[in-house]
Design a protein around this ligand. Structure first.
Ligand code: 5AD
Ligand code: SF4
Length: 482
């Protein structure tokens, strides 16, 4: 899948696959390199992990391929966030079975969150699988492959207290050469009642800020003009020499690097390097972060701040750690400190015990905030979570879907209004690629993360261009360079 104006990496949250294209011949190993086919499902973090895995295996002499029929090693990076993400992975494994029938020496490995969730059970359930490897065990892949080559199956799903892959320089596969992800932390300590992530990605730990800055500098030197700092909860980033966040002492906290500090450090790499980040959390987002965004022109005015639900009663059942009022206070702070900030959110419909009144509260919250964009989901019960163990998934499927549709309809209206408000204004756009519809048009995003398309003129990928928006579609601004 290409990243284009209709689909961003974020939308792969819905479970769509990304196949990583082959690297340039220069990046390929010499001679008869074994071929790796790597397919990624789920969030940006998974995509970023795949780049780390590619780096580890290219270091072992593998070259990557987008043609699964020529693969010696098939790896599928899986997502467990909702049941349908797992269903899709199972379907793909059935297809890989055919490959293996044709050529029994092919090795099939599953990595990522579903691998971590199912562990060795995966080997029993899906006979075709040779390797099961969890998100903290990717350094072990060469050994796991060796085990399989020796005739055995191989599993490593150990979660780590320290692993951040800080020293591994990701192979930028499937890249437009302009925008890249940098993983800044791993795991999550929040324990939202619905979420499987703390079980599949382990406890929260932050990556050494120096290694993050070095990665950003290296990307800039190679022509990249935008980095997105990734974490499950970036506002919680805290580096005090490594290890688990929960073990950082009060004394260490006084001199530790916070997310606001980190943002500024990355912003100072170059004024020509845009900085984005994802995901924020209303519980942890401080004004310091907002002031850092306001202070540096190159930190984009865009915040993805998942709310999940609109009533305090529901937020309490979800164990989100904030109330409706606290969330609205954070929105007010954003609007006060960064007046032209784009804001997006995540919403879940039909979580345990959701009443019609609580659903209406979600709609009224949306009306109040008027997000630019939202990712919206029907609740899907996940094994091991607090909700699965202690609550009843009692909203009938048809009601879940009806409420979700109401949420989606309202959001579409807000998104259209927001895009329309950009018409008649000048936007600073970083050119990422040709427009999907025409090689005569370029496509990029403004600071607020809205896609802007305009005639290419003499501009090229990686340029910053001021574009006057003259019209729009539901989600895209269309204009001309000024
Ligand atoms: N069911 C539905 N949506 C979920 N999310 C997380 N867990 C679940 C679940 N069990 C959504 C949340 C989160 C996004 C990444 O996925 O909205 O912010
Ligand atoms: Fe899941 Fe909540 Fe952590 Fe996000 S913050 S990954 S929703 S537990």
């Amino acid at each position: 899948m290409e990243f284009n104006e209709e689909k961003t990496i974020d939308e792969t949250r819905q479970g769509e696959a990304i196949v990583l294209p082959s690297p340039s011949p220069l990046e390929r190993g010499r001679g008869e390199a074994k071929k790796l086919f790597l397919e990624s499902y789920g969030c940006a973090m998974n995509f970023s992990d795949s780049e780390i895995v590619a780096s580890i295996l290219v270091g072992q002499g593998y070259s990557t391929t987008t043609d699964e029929t020529e693969a010696d090693l098939i790896l599928i990076n899986t997502c467990a966030i909702r049941e349908n993400a797992e269903t899709r992975v199972r379907q793909r494994l059935t297809e890989f079975k055919k490959r293996k029938k044709e050529n029994p020496s092919i090795i099939v490995g599953v990595m990522g969150c579903m691998a971590e969730r199912l562990k060795a059970k995966f080997l029993e359930e899906e006979k075709i699988v040779d390797i099961v490897v969890g998100p903290d065990a990717y350094r072990d892949l060469p050994k796991l492959i060796e085990t399989v080559e020796g005739g055995q199956k191989a599993v490593n799903v150990l979660l780590s207290r320290e692993e951040t892959y800080a020293d591994i320089s990701p192979v930028r596969l499937g890249s437009n050469g302009v925008t890249a992800f940098i993983s800044i932390m791993r795991g999550c300590d929040n324990m939202c009642a619905f979420c499987v992530v703390p079980f599949t990605r382990g406890r929260e730990r932050s990556r050494d800020p120096q290694s993050i800055v070095e990665e950003a500098k290296d990307l800039f030197a190679r022509g990249y003009r935008e980095v997105t700092l990734l974490g499950q909860n970036v506002d919680s980033y805290l580096y005090a020499g490594g290890g688990l966040k929960k073990e950082i002492t009060e004394e260490q906290k006084k001199t530790a690097t916070t997310f606001a500090n980190l943002l500024e450090m990355v912003a100072l790499v170059s004024p020509e390097l845009r900085v984005r980040f994802s995901t924020s959390n209303p519980q942890d987002m401080t004004d310091d972060v907002l002031y850092a965004i306001a202070k540096h022109e190159n930190i984009c005015n865009y915040i993805h701040l998942p709310v999940q639900a609109g009533s305090t009663s529901m937020l309490t059942r979800m164990n989100r750690g904030y109330t409706r009022e606290k969330y609205l206070d954070r929105i007010a702070a954003i609007k006060r400190i960064i007046p032209d900030c784009g804001i997006s959110t995540d919403i879940i419909s039909g979580f345990c015990g959701e009443t019609e009144e609580e659903h209406q509260a979600t709609l009224s919250l949306m009306q109040e905030v008027r997000n630019d964009f939202a990712y919206m989901f029907a609740y899907s019960e996940r094994p091991k979570t607090f909700a699965e163990k202690n609550m009843k998934d009692d909203v009938p499927e048809n009601i879940k879907l009806k409420r979700l549709q109401e949420v989606i309809d309202l959001q579409l209206k807000h998104s259209a209004e927001k895009v329309k408000a950009g018409v008649g204004k000048v936007h600073k756009v970083l050119v990422e690629q040709f427009s999907k519809k025409s090689q005569e048009m370029l496509s990029g995003r403004n600071s607020q993360n809205t896609v802007v398309v305009f005639p290419k003129g003499n501009f090229k990928k990686g340029d910053f261009v001021n574009v006057l928006a003259t019209k729009c579609t539901g989600g895209t601004l269309i204009g001309e360079a000024v």
